[in-house]
Design a protein around this ligand. Sequence first.
Ligand SMILES: [Mn+2]
Length: 325
Amino acid sequence: MNESVKKRILEEIKNHDTIIISRHKRPDGDAVGSSLGFAKLLRLNYPDKKILLDSIDHAEYLAFMNDETETPADNDYRDALVIVFDTATLDRVSNPRVNNGSLLIKIDHHIAHDDYGDVSWVEDFRSSTCEMIVDFIRTFPELTIDSDTASLLYTGLVTDSGRFKYTEVNPETMRNAAFLLEQGIDTERLFANLYIDSYDILRLKAEVIGKIRRTANGVAWLKITRAFREKRGISLEEASNTVNIMDSIKGSIIWMAFIETDDGEIRVRLRSRFVQIETLAAKYGGGGHLNAAGATVRDLKEQRALLKDADELVRLFKAEHPDVF
Ligand SMILES: [Mn+2]
């Protein structure tokens, strides 16, 4: 699929001596995995090229992935090819110099409302951007991969698919995962790095569970205020991840976490099963995927409006599907 755009991307890689790689702000496993994984892939296959990563943002909880933090110089951008991974819109790129190269390529799996780049390869049916990279590697047998690169890409596959649980996971996802496993990945260690909580975090989760509320038709939600984050010393990422605590409540087919940031804005993380929430997220200045998206609300009034809209979606769905899980 999309053979011509993949060929064009490989051609541009071959045509450039310097390649600078970027991703989205507040990077997750897929953003770090795709950017770092692709950088390593290029260094492995094109040892004479200068391959740089440029991101002003790093994720503490993904420290085990050994992210790269050096900042490229301004003149590295001269004649450089810039590739952005896992980022739907330009304002989400965690690199203010993203337009300073000679050519910009976008590789992403989010629904594209506002496309960018001289070359854009978007496959929104993919469970992760890392999976697109695996597909890229499998398309061109001339490319070799090592187990380090495979581990980084596998991290993106695992995290963005909710451990192979989300609806975007299809037979091809598993073939791509199998290809990575064949390179030799220490999955026991990887899963321990990703999903083992400290005792303190577990106690914190118990407290957060106490904050869960439900609307009349069953939208589950919780709010993490700035004061609570400061009191308990939790980062924005950790606060955002609390959305997953609500992912298995019977009848709550939409769930969302409201996270108050340092500047008072409220970020929303929305999740769903059976119903789609991407359009709802877009209405509130966000977007993402059909069952996982982000948005922003300015105040309590907008927070209530969003909950009301979500509640109506659930009401309509339940009216037609009485056996909702
Ligand atoms: Mn992603």
